[in-house]
Design a protein around this ligand. Sequence first.
Ligand code: 6PG
Length: 254
Amino acid sequence: MNTREKNPAVVIAQTGQPQARQAARMLYQAASAGCRQRGLGCLALSGGSTPQALFAELAREPLAASFPWHRTHFFWVDERMVPYEHPHSNYGTARRILFDRLPEPVPNLHPMPSDGDPKDAAERYEQLLRSFFRKHGSGRPIFDAVLLGLGADGHTASLFPGAGRGSERWVQAVQGGDPPVIRLTLTEMVLNHARAVIFLVSGRRKAGIVQRILEGGDQNLPAARIRPPRGSTTWLLDRQSASLWHAKGTPAVE
Ligand code: 6PG
């Protein structure tokens, strides 16, 4: 059944650790379901600052001990073309806050290349994804869950307003964002194949764009266009980022 007609689920959590814990549980559930149903989990992680509390939750008990680390493949939604040890590196941040804090190395981390020619790096990651999804499925880029953030301008991943749409590519090299560097990003088409998309948004600074997307769905905003037709979309907000949105019906409140 095409679920695009369904409104996205909206969950409003208490700011801070409760929201991060809820997001961590959602990733754990998606990866565990993938392991049960297909023998492995497959997640795509975002960068920026919001997911950092979530990464810290995954690195501590109880999830650190129960997460299926050895059967989950971790990919990235986007990456800045900086060295992994650079503070702006999305992969480097996830390593510092999560993966390097676990008692054992996680075997299946697939960071985006962040060196060399950007278009060539995008092509390399696209080939890696195509090969992975040919080996582990139908050949389409179907992640068990994609964790997405939201910029105050309505961008998500590194899909920025006004940028080209509707690419059949799986990975693109783009320029923009904050910091304004060259980035690689999964495309809208890939994100809309996910079994589950989780928008993790916190802070009053995002309240206006959250309202604009959830109330109006302005299709000029990349984040508003991410609604996998055969998957679920959950907006996991905190009270501050949800403060201007007028719920139709009663959102779940954690
Ligand atoms: C990136 C992110 C980006 C981020 C939003 C929100 O690489 O910059 O993927 O899409 O999710 O810009 O960033 P904050 O969480 O820092 O507000």
